[in-house]
Design a protein around this ligand. Structure first.
Ligand code: URA
Length: 247
């Protein structure tokens, strides 16, 4: 619905939730308790419609200067570039998401890597998740050429030299070995995010990665999200991500 100035009118609780202040249910509770003001007046009516240019205060905090934050979890397919634009005209991860916001990927997955990627316009979350001190856990499954042994995996887990620097200790598990095709499938749980890290780690012990998929980031998994599809993160998940820290 539009007002006489052509501004889009929306239920107050929806506007509050869309600014990332809290969930819609919590916003309803705050409205009922008289904690929300629109243009200086307390509004207790749940059906009240405001427009995005109104001056809204929740518990004394103005909302109007906050940009709408959006958060997506994408199951990245192969053959898509992890960036917002590509000078070679290739499809990017941002092209896969239907939004009018200027979103960008959190970290990167290679062109041929598949799996979980977060995209957002929230720079603070991006910094939080990519800062090495927060040790965010990432689970990868790699199909490699050759039959890896437990001893070799131990070497990898204890840290190998990548680009002149030793990788941190990590956990590894051999999920399958296929003697006929001479391949192995290995799960690797790492907390760093260096460029081409997993491929370089395997290279360091003499194995080429044939396929790579990121299965999870922190507590987020690909459950229910097929390749090429995405979903929005809930406010609860975003708050939990901000609290995520390992070690
Ligand atoms: N490590 C890699 O080598 N590639 C990726 O895409 C992600 C982690």
């Amino acid at each position: 619905m539009y007002n006489i100035f052509g501004d889009f009118m929306e239920r107050l609780q929806k506007i509050i939730a869309s600014k990332g202040y809290c969930s819609r249910r919590k916003a309803e509770e705050l409205i009922s308790k008289g904690k929300v003001k629109v243009n200086g007046s307390v509004i207790k009516e749940l059906g009240y419609k405001a427009d995005y240019s109104d001056f809204i205060e929740v518990e004394g905090n103005p909302l109007s200067d906050k940009e709408d934050k959006v958060y997506y979890l994408l199951n990245k397919p192969r053959g898509v570039v992890t960036s917002s634009s590509d000078d070679k005209g290739r499809k990017t991860v941002v092209d896969l998401i239907n939004t009018d916001k200027r979103i960008y990927p959190v970290g990167r997955l290679d062109y041929d890597t598949t799996g979980l990627l977060i995209l957002t316009n929230d720079g603070d979350l991006t910094n939080y998740l990519t800062h090495p001190k927060n040790n965010i856990e990432k689970v990868y499954v790699a199909k490699i050429k050759g039959l890896i042994t437990k001893e070799e995996l131990k070497v990898l887990s204890n840290g190998v030299i990548v680009d002149g620097k030793k990788t941190s200790k990590c956990k590894g598990k051999i999920l399958r070995t296929d003697k006929k095709n001479n391949t192995s499938v290995v799960e690797l749980i790492i907390h760093e995010g260096r460029n081409h890290q997993v491929k370089k780690m395997f290279e360091a012990i003499g194995y080429d990665v044939l396929k790579l998929k990121r299965e999870s980031v922190a507590f987020l998994t690909l459950d229910g999200v097929k390749s090429g599809e995405y979903r929005e993160l809930s406010i609860k998940e975003v708050k939990k991500l901000y609290g995520e820290k390992n070690g």
